[in-house]
Design a binder for this molecule. Structure first.
Ligand SMILES: [Mg+2]
Length: 371
């Protein structure tokens, strides 16, 4: 009889729990823009794994405006592949689950759910080894990176001016807008002056023609990149056309799996994997490797504050020093854990074991959503 030593050495996972939470936030604006309705809540599906040795891992599945559906996907589609399993080769597990669930779509809620569980598995594995995740993955030391203030869409010149000035006052030296009106974008550049890298995220608002018609604004505002300019977000040929016209494009937050990213990386200057959407740490690592092979600088999407944010920070030592960290410029009513915030515009990964997410159970209970 053949004995699989790994299955003996790696403790079984004995529980998977989901904790849907909804945390209000303030952003100083009307809360309207590219979202289905007024955006003023951070919807998060937390995932807690525990193995038979008592180790605990936390993950976070993207769930803005789809919290109940994502929780159901984790509980009913992913959990059966986790409970009572011994999982050590997480990328292989992840790929196997993708194969088994492919008929439900390789984009959106299925992959959000898989991402959250994958993050929890990596957190659990690193904790089992007593190491920060970046150390488990071979990095020598945490690295410090520039963070940028990711402003929500205000749609109004004076509001944008005020928020840009506030961000500069807090020490940020990089700012991203979610504005689509040229006069508002121009006003932001005037407010921050030259020398501060500025980005614009359109959230797929334009066509190729509309994007190219704005080239003069992009040039005069000296934009580092234009993010998700066109709909649909997976029109990668459109991204290539915009790049060919001299506009640097960032995209990828709505792409799932490294396979999908292979089409992005060749077409845009800045690939933007999202930890809680792309397929978790396993797929994120593959995207990083592909970016490195293509000489591209990843600019991860991270406008969320759960374990997915922590896991992204844990990847920083594996990324180029030019990688910028997105920090959503809002004020949540509570933090799910002691959360690293940018200090004078810089941010560093945690030295704690795993992804560094030490859950505040009182806050989780306080902001729980009963589905
Ligand atoms: Mg974006």
């Amino acid at each position: 009889m053949t004995v699989d030593r790994n299955s003996i050495a790696v403790p079984k996972i004995v529980s998977l729990q989901t904790f849907p939470v909804r945390i209000p936030f303030a952003d100083g604006g009307p809360g309207t823009g590219g979202t289905p309705s007024r955006w003023h809540m951070l919807d998060i599906v937390l995932i807690r794994l525990e193995d038979e040795a008592g180790n605990v891992g936390w993950g976070d599945a993207f769930a803005y405006f789809c919290l109940e559906a994502v929780k159901a996907a984790v509980d009913h589609m992913i959990a059966p592949f986790v409970t009572m399993a011994s999982i050590d080769d997480i990328p292989a597990w992840n790929f196997d689950v993708q194969r088994k669930l492919h008929l439900f779509g390789r984009y959106g809620i299925t992959l959000f759910a898989l991402s959250g569980v994958d993050i929890a598995l990596w957190d659990l594995k690193a904790k089992r080894h007593g190491l920060p995740l970046w150390r488990l993955l071979g990095a020598e030391a945490p690295t410090s990176h520039h963070a940028y203030a990711s402003l929500v869409r205000y749609g109004e010149k004076d509001l944008v001016t005020r928020q840009c000035e506030r961000a500069i006052g807090l020490g940020y030296r990089h700012i991203k807008l979610h504005e689509i009106a040229p006069d508002v974008i121009t006003r932001a550049r005037e407010a921050i002056g030259p020398g501060i890298p500025l980005m614009v995220d359109a959230n797929c608002a334009w066509s190729v023609e509309e994007t190219l018609a704005l080239r003069d604004t992009f040039r005069s505002c000296d934009l580092l990149w234009v993010e998700e300019p066109v709909f649909p977000p997976d029109d990668y040929q459109a991204m290539a056309e915009i790049e060919a016209a001299g506009v640097r494009v960032g995209t990828g937050e709505n792409a799932c799996t490294a396979f999908d990213f292979n089409r992005i990386i060749s077409n845009v200057t800045y690939p933007q994997p999202s930890m809680t959407k792309v397929g978790g740490v396993s797929e994120f690592l593959k995207v990083l490797a592909a970016c490195k092979g293509a000489g591209k600088i990843p600019m991860p999407h991270t406008p969320y504050f759960g374990p997915g944010y922590f896991a992204t920070l844990a990847m920083l030592p594996l990324m180029p020093k030019e990688t910028l960290v997105e920090f959503l410029f809002v004020e949540p009513a509570a933090w799910l854990a002691a959360t690293p915030e940018p200090i004078e515009g810089f941010i560093t990964a945690s030295n704690n074991s795993g992804i560094g997410f030490e859950a505040n159970l009182d806050i989780i209970e306080c902001y729980a959503v009963w589905t």
